[in-house]
Design a protein around this ligand. Structure first.
Ligand code: C2E
Ligand code: CA
Ligand code: CA
Ligand code: CA
Length: 275
């Protein structure tokens, strides 16, 4: 056998060239992905452990690429940020998430992840108020998830942006809590509504004493501040039991449900997620 030309032999590990090529393909593909209907939204429930009720659904973007198949948002969101596509994409996500939520009971909120580039976009507030107006979603039902790392890029404008978002009546969740180092300061200056404890801490439960101590401290601090505290990435009954013992009242993870397409949300809302 001989190499018949470009790309015929592929026994090797992906090379740098291939990685670069994939990035370029994905970046270019993102521009047409919306038009071609390759993007969709999945929703994953956040559960109140005291009664098993779904309090909120987190919107998670999905991309089925015509060649590569499903591509993780962890891979393509950064590319969309680099190319600036995230602005248009973010508005599409927001509009469709809010639209979906108008079909759910009024007690169930919708959470949307906000990328750092969106957070810094001067057009964000205008796009947001327009979306709320067009979809007629009660602003208090929309939760914007902002990661610690977004706020870590220290910028005096952060506080002003967070204040302006709150003034619209939407709720703010601090996502991936514990993975950065600056957010305790922010907790003094900004009224968040929710803290989401990063999955890496939950993964150490129930065995690791360090994880237990940290989760217990964050739950206690959050509740003292009047915030809701959600444990992310709960996968096992043992983790759930540990969380209950630590006083945690809200959780999210595969134990309850994976992210599901909009059409499957109704089934989740009909019966309590007992874990
Ligand atoms: P994230 O905001 O921290 O979202 C949680 C991620 O954990 C999701 O991955 C979710 O599917 C996954 N997950 C949920 N439960 C479990 C569990 O029990 N175990 C494990 N191992 N994982 C669990 P996904 O959907 O691949 O998203 C990855 C990241 O991509 C998100 O992290 C978020 O930062 C970003 N992302 C996803 N959708 C969007 C979006 O619409 N907009 C923006 N800006 N970013 C998004
Ligand atoms: Ca999130
Ligand atoms: Ca998270
Ligand atoms: Ca994360």
């Amino acid at each position: 056998a001989k190499s018949g030309g470009r790309g015929t032999f592929r026994f090797f590990e992906p090379t740098m060239d291939e990685a670069v090529r994939r990035r370029q393909m994905l970046k270019a593909g993102l521009r047409s992905a919306l038009k071609r209907g390759e993007l969709s939204l999945h929703f994953q429930p956040l559960v109140d452990l005291r009664n098993g009720r779904v309090t909120c659904l987190e919107t998670l973007l999905r991309w089925r690429h015509p060649l590569y198949g499903p591509v993780s948002p962890a891979e393509f969101i950064p590319l969309a940020e680099e190319s600036g596509m995230i602005i248009r994409l973010g508005e599409w996500i927001l509009r469709n998430a809010c639209r979906a939520a108008t079909c759910w009971p009024d007690t169930v909120n919708v959470a949307v992840n906000l990328s750092a580039v969106q957070f810094r976009d001067p057009g964000l507030l205008r796009a947001l108020s327009e979306t709320l107006c067009v979809t007629a979603l009660r602003p208090g039902r929309l939760e914007l998830e902002i990661t610690e790392s977004t706020l870590l890029q220290d910028d005096p404008a952060n506080i002003a942006t967070l204040d302006a978002l709150r003034a619209l009546g939407v709720r703010i969740a601090l996502d991936d809590f514990g993975t950065g180092f600056s957010s305790l300061g922010y907790l003094l200056r900004i009224r968040f509504d929710k803290i989401k404890i990063d999955r890496s801490f939950i993964a150490g439960l129930p065995g690791r004493v360090e994880s237990k101590a940290i989760v217990s401290a964050v739950v206690g601090m959050g509740h003292s501040l009047g915030l809701s505290v959600t444990a992310e990435g709960v996968e096992t009954a043992e983790q759930l039991e540990a969380l209950r013992q630590l006083g945690c009242t809200d959780a999210q993870g595969y134990l309850f449900s994976p992210p599901v397409p909009a059409a499957e949300v109704a089934a989740l809302l009909w019966q309590p997620c007992s874990g």
